[in-house]
Design a protein around this ligand. Structure first.
Ligand SMILES: [Zn+2]
Length: 289
């Protein structure tokens, strides 16, 4: 396994200029933890990024269901903005209940968005979800994987073409390393983007621990104590708490490759070869009639 791992490092300039990726996740804090370093890197290297959240996050936030939906929605917009996404799509399926909805419906919605945005690359959950206990994760990954290739098939949802939206196949995929034991073949050096990753995580306050630093600072202040680590304002407390306590996975994934911070992915390249086998054979063997 180890010999098949590719280390993806920072690239100079904007080698991905003109390309589009869609980051497809289920909950406010999925992309921030699993892939915000990769997303920030790809956008810096020229990609235009869009983010799609499939659920309404109604179960997380510690308030009423309606209040949770609102706080997660607002934090999701802020998180997407600090990372530099061009636009946000919310599908608003009921949190924790995605295994009960029509897989064809989710797939169709993603096919429309992938075609509309001419998505080249998708970043999402591993569709097969080894050890995955959250149905929203594997349902989202499965629908996104199916939509990647079906978006290129003109006989799937042909009404899109009537509306002027053409087939467009997604050619590259990065699947999150979501749970211990899932496969990965790519380790992305995110050290140059760690401040961006922290920026994204601190926006995840309804879930994801983005405000745990300021909460700890307030608790200690009541006891007449403080931690120098947490600084003297809430913003610093939140950011330094994330850096100190919530990035252990990224440190561990980097350590064995000599990187300070890394994210793991299972990467699939489905770009066609520059020249097909048939074309090569014709060049070598075709004769005049
Ligand atoms: Zn999640």
């Amino acid at each position: 396994m180890a010999s098949n791992i590719v280390i993806e490092r920072e690239q100079a300039g904007r080698p991905h200029k003109g390309k589009v990726f869609a980051a497809v996740h289920a909950h406010l804090d999925d992309i921030p933890y699993y892939a915000s370093g990769l997303c920030a890197k790809l956008m810096r290297e020229g990609y235009t990024g869009y983010i799609i959240r499939t659920t309404n996050d109604e179960k997380c936030g510690g308030r009423s269901t309606a209040e949770n939906i609102l706080s997660n929605e607002q934090e999701h917009f802020r998180m997407a903005e600090v990372l530099g996404f061009k636009d946000v799509y919310d599908l608003y399926y009921q949190n924790h209940e995605m295994d009960g909805i029509s897989s064809i419906e989710v797939r169709a919605r993603l096919v429309l968005i992938f075609r509309l945005l001419k998505v080249d690359t998708v970043i999402t959950f591993n569709p097969y979800g080894d050890w995955e206990e959250n149905p929203d994760h594997w349902v989202t990954g499965r629908a996104a994987e199916e939509a990647c290739w079906m978006a290129g098939m003109p006989n799937d949802f042909p009404e899109h073409m009537e509306a002027g939206i053409q087939p467009h196949k997604v050619q590259e995929r990065y699947y999150f390393y979501g749970r211990a034991g899932q496969p990965f073949n790519r380790v992305v050096d995110i050290a140059p983007y760690i401040e961006k990753k922290i920026d994204a995580i601190v926006e995840c306050r309804s879930q994801g621990g983005g405000n745990w630093g300021s909460q700890l600072r307030a608790r200690l202040a009541k006891q007449g104590r403080r931690l120098p680590l947490l600084g003297s304002d809430d913003r610093t407390a939140d950011r330094e708490y994330v850096r100190q306590f919530l990035l252990d996975d990224d440190r561990e994934y980097g350590r064995e490759h000599g990187l300070k911070f890394a994210e793991r992915f299972y990467y699939r390249d489905q770009r066609p070869p520059v020249r097909s086998k048939v074309e090569e054979y014709i060049t070598k063997n075709a004769v005049a009639i």
